[in-house]
Design a protein around this ligand. Sequence first.
Ligand SMILES: [Cu+2]
Length: 261
Amino acid sequence: MLVLRYNGSVYQPNLSKIITARHSHGSPKFPNVGNDAKLDECFSISARKSRLLNSLSEETVMRRFARFAAGCFLAVGFTVGVSVLGTPPTGNVLRARANIAGEPGSGISGKVTFTQAPADSHSPVTTVEIVAHVEGLTPGLHGMHIHEIGECANTIRPDGSTFVFGATGGHFDPGPSGNSAADANHPFHMGDIPNLEVNAAGVGHLRYTTSRITLSPGPLSVFDANNSAVIVHLNTDNGGPGVAGTSGGPRIACGVIEVEN
Ligand SMILES: [Cu+2]
């Protein structure tokens, strides 16, 4: 049997390591962390195979290579599955948009745009500029936040009442506190932004730059496994930490944050 020897390092494919890594890093909250490195390993299969051929018997090589390829197939399948189910975008998203709408007949409509400035030597922290324009509101200050789930459906509370736009969950807060309850960790959620200022004509504006979120993949990305949404509230957000009912009250408008190309 042909045995080739190679004086360099011997590559040892470790299927259990790959699968474990995918599960430990691909959590619902941080789905993008760690994925690329694992797939890169799979996509350099040819190089691995060549190195194996230089160090082991052909039969052993083919057995190990088949095992490794099967692992990669599972890993790629897992990633595709997560992407389809959660539909987080792939790639480095730099622009996003939420089309805002109130309940039918409310007359509330608008949009919120998000533009990410890439970090560079002058600004090492990634920032996102948020620009909101919403019409049909009562004059004054209205609480507005990024909520943790990209779905604007109503839900039913335990007491049977309708929770308008309840499907958006609490305030986007992937960490470090990770407490999305509106009255907890407020106003320090990653999704907490200033009030929308509405003029006498019922038109609200906000322009605000934050480093609490990103559009690109990462632990602060609004495009996590279940995406995110913008909620406009009836009342002013007084920003009181831990004070019940001061973060804006009833939800009156909603928009799912979507990639804008
Ligand atoms: Cu809110």
